[in-house]
Design a protein around this ligand. Sequence first.
Ligand SMILES: *Cc1c(COP(=O)(O)O)cnc(C)c1O
Length: 366
Amino acid sequence: MTVPLVDLRAQYREIGAEVEPVVREIMADGRFVLGPEVERLEREFASFCGVSAAVGVASGTDALQLALEALGIGPGDEVVVPVNTFIATALAVSMVGARPVFVDTDPDTYNLSAGHVEKALTPRTRAVIPVHLYGQAVDMDPLKRLARERGFAIVEDACQAHGAEYNGVRVGGFGDIGCFSFYPGKNLGAFGDGGMVVTGNEKLAEKVAVLRNVGRRGKYEHLVKGHNSRLDNIQAAILLVKLKHLRQWNDARRQWAKLYGKMFTGLPLVCPRELESVRHVYHLYVIRVKERDALADHLHRKGIATGVHYPIPIHLQQAYKELGHKKGDFPVAEQVAGEILSLPMYPELGEDGVAAVVDAVRSFYS
Ligand SMILES: *Cc1c(COP(=O)(O)O)cnc(C)c1O
């Protein structure tokens, strides 16, 4: 049995019949960009996240950039970013002209912590981007307390955490503004790129709405130098169909994570640790092992796909060499980067899929 890392074809078999008539109708009607489906998705996704406003944009990267821009962050400002994340978190900071200030990783959750952030604050710090990595919410209470004391904005990077909860409340609305990606492989994914900004602050939402649409108000009036970062109707319509399944898909991911955990008992590997306060949605199922590369090769030979999220911490990426970081600056993140391995995880994985992966892992150790 071969098991892919994600299986979008299996998902399409489930929802294809729901999606196809909707897409056909939009094509026949010729309403392609920022139409009624986008507005409906914005309302429904805002409500899903428990906030008053949402603005559809072209990608998760753009969601982060426009959120920072709407907060007025730019040259001379610093934004604290975890070093263990997808590079887009840092790129968004760079794209508004601000400086990303990196922090190390918590060895249990692989997320940043308020303790890390506190040490990185300077008089120039304008915002912090907690990334709910792999689908597990950051411990938000201490971070929010610190934000109130020290006066910085919180921009949540929830691109891997649609529907994840912290103390029973869904992520996205904990900060001043929350950012989501609808890249196809995410827990809620479009058939192409897409993203969403959510916020309880109507003024910020209005700013993002102007920024994403060439700075426009009305048709011919341009208030600011904006972007073209719009969500299209076909993607929104597909996302509306998929949003109805999200809860159940996340439940399935949690079920396979639990089964992995049970079946891995006794093996010398570290399973993901789920905090009490958190409902993890397992965008990725990431284990930690000493012989990571050898295990990955072994699994590959057995037909089991794996990934590493992420093998090079951002401070060691060539793209950020101008910041002058070196090996040893963020020792936990660097060690973790050499040991983490993402195993197959998607709602349609099934007991057989989990069992096939576990058997292959077990055969590596026997
Ligand atoms: C996917 C992702 C992004 C970027 O989203 P895109 O839609 O691909 O631009 C940002 N941050 C994290 C943590 C992500 O996983």
